[in-house]
Design a protein around this ligand. Structure first.
Ligand code: F6P
Length: 321
């Protein structure tokens, strides 16, 4: 293998740049030519593919977002779109591709490999931490630290006014961001898609700890109870004695300088992805599990969602009141 390419796809996540840097530098050191594909699968289809040198990745380890840009591509979902992408890769002589993204990214990669046989290695890059085959994804640690800092600030004003706040965080299908940031900020409760949300039970819990000067409930955007605006209105109507405010953290969680943890994870996975490509360990997502690399077939990484970590959920429940 002489020519490889890297791209980022789906929602950006802090640490993607650190990962691109690792792939470019590790690839060059192995004597490979390393290409960058701009705008994810869209750029692959359009041939936005350029050779990268070491200076391209200089001083990007600390920057959020992705210097290769990202996109969600509808065209790559089609047979024609994938054929166009294949022609573009072929034209550049690219023999292996590293995709940094989430399960939509890997689904596309698995299809593409079946049709065109170009080897892929996937790396988990999403703030949601929702991929089977890895304990942690690139971007998650930064996202929960950002959420924690924001919730700490909310706590100051909540305590001063004796208020109940509902704080919404990202996490379309899973509650990991709510869980991690909820534990770290000492939230009174979290609402996540993996567990049933019962507003009356929450009311009972709050009523039974009147010594508290404020309450913060972290709500995952995918929760069955709905968004924080609607939850706040419903709660206020049932229990007007509470002074309630809400806040949506949203895309704030996707940006910012990556934490040291995300930079190290991204660097580690990036180097291993290059090693995997050149040693014929293909069509796997490389993750990090129990202190070791893990290799999950791309198809499996896309088909299974992980359950919420029960031990972490217990920590939150034990310590919240
Ligand atoms: O996939 C990551 C994620 O952050 C989800 O938690 C969220 O629902 C989604 O991206 C939002 O993506 P966008 O608004 O960029 O399409």
């Amino acid at each position: 293998m002489k020519n490889i390419a890297v791209f980022t796809s789906g929602g950006d996540a802090s640490g993607m740049n650190a990962c691109i840097r690792a792939i470019v530098r590790a690839g060059l050191q192995k004597g490979l030519k390393v290409f960058g594909i701009y705008n994810g699968y869209e750029g692959m289809i359009e041939g936005k593919i350029v050779a990268l040198d070491s200076s391209f990745v200089e001083h990007i380890i600390h920057r959020g977002g992705t210097v290769l840009k990202s996109a969600r591509s509808k065209r790559f979902l089609t047979v024609d779109g994938r054929k166009q992408a294949y022609d573009q890769l072929k034209a550049k002589g690219i023999e292996g591709v590293i995709a940094i993204g989430g399960d939509g990214t890997f689904k596309g990669a698995a299809e593409f490999y079946k049709e065109h046989g170009i080897p892929f290695v996937g790396l988990p890059g999403t703030i949601d931490n929702d991929l089977f085959g890895t304990d942690i994804t690139i971007g998650y640690d930064t996202a929960i630290n950002t959420a924690m800092e924001a919730i700490d600030k909310v706590r100051d004003t909540a305590s001063s006014h004796g208020r109940l706040f509902f704080v919404e965080v990202m996490g379309r299908d899973v509650g990991y961001i709510a869980l991690g940031s909820g534990i770290a900020s000492g939230a009174e409760d979290i609402f996540i898609p993996e567990t049933h949300t019962d507003l009356e039970q929450v009311y009972e819990n709050l009523k039974n700890c009147p010594q508290k000067d404020s309450y913060i409930i972290v709500v995952s955007e995918g929760d069955e109870a709905g968004n924080v605006k609607d939850i706040s209105a419903a709660f206020k109507q049932a229990h007007p004695e509470y002074d309630i405010r809400f806040l949506v953290l949203g895309h704030l969680l996707r940006g910012g300088n990556p934490t040291a943890g995300d930079r190290i994870l991204a660097s580690r996975l990036g180097i291993e992805a290059v090693n995997a490509l050149i040693s014929d360990n293909h069509n796997v997502m490389i993750g990090w599990q129990k202190g070791n690399f893990s290799y999950t077939p791309l198809e499996k990484a896309v088909k299974h969602h992980i359950d919420i970590n029960k031990e972490l959920l217990d920590i939150l429940k034990t310590l919240s009141y």
